[in-house]
Design a protein around this ligand. Structure first.
Ligand code: AP5
Ligand code: MG
Length: 195
């Protein structure tokens, strides 16, 4: 299996690049942001709970997100692999994901971390906010999301760096330039594993 974590701050291009990676490698997309937004839109109990965290730019509690991931993965045991987008976002979630991968008889292949400077991130998200309808694409919430990312999420990169799985990719440029960089990082990793 090929299991990729696509990592990076809000607006780094995780969703955009996930779509292209799915096409290239036939992976199953696991985006906790998309799953939570769909729960929110359907006004489920989980969605109602998540709403206030999302709208304020805070992280939804670990146990909620982990339960959701377990549900999602238990139905899809024998796929070509997963692309994790927006998960794990805390070190606790990373430990849980590693445990879950072991239970499924597999492991994370690579974490690709997209690096984009803060000015560009804010620019992208405010532009998207003009049409996205996302409750968190406004300046105040975007700033909060970036602050939360720096404090709570960025340490997850060190967790995978210690496992020798982190690959940092420049997230500036055109979508297809960045996609090529990601594919190169993935094939380097696969070559290294085989060799
Ligand atoms: P989530 O949905 O995961 O959002 P996010 O991480 O804040 O990131 P975005 O989806 O905004 O950005 P992206 O990196 O996907 O970039 P995109 O490709 O869209 O999470 C939302 C909320 O849900 C969280 O704040 C939290 O409350 C909750 N949540 C989710 N997961 C959780 C978890 N695991 N634990 C706890 N809480 C959780 O691109 C952005 C824009 O830029 C787009 O308009 C795009 O067209 C444009 N763009 C993309 N690439 C380029 C490029 N190369 N050049 C110019 N523009 C570009
Ligand atoms: Mg996204």
């Amino acid at each position: 299996m090929l299991n990729i974590i696509l990592f990076g701050p809000p607006g780094a291009g995780k969703g955009t690049q996930s779509e292209k990676l799915i096409e290239r490698y036939g992976l199953l997309h696991v985006s906790t942001g998309d799953l939570l937004r769909s729960e929110k839109a359907n006004k489920t109990e989980l969605g109602l709970l998540a709403k206030k965290y999302i709208d304020e730019g805070h992280l939804v509690p670990d146990e909620v997100v982990i339960g959701m991931i377990r549900n999602k993965l238990s139905g899809n045991l024998l796929g070509p692999g997963y692309i994790f987008d927006g998960f794990p976002r805390t070190v606790v979630q990373a430990h849980e994901l590693d445990k879950l991968m072991t239970e499924l008889g597999t492991e994370i292949t690579i974490m690709v971390s997209l690096e984009v400077d803060e000015n560009e991130l804010v620019k992208r998200l405010l532009k998207r906010g003009e049409t996205s309808g996302r409750s968190d694409d406004n300046e105040e919430t975007v700033r909060k999301r970036l602050e939360v990312y720096n404090r709570e999420t960025s340490p997850v990169a060190s967790h995978y760096s210690r496992q020798g799985k982190l690959s940092v990719v420049n997230g500036l440029g055109t979508v297809s330039e960045i996609f090529d960089r990601i594919c190169n990082a993935v094939s380097d990793k696969l070559k290294f594993q085989v060799g």
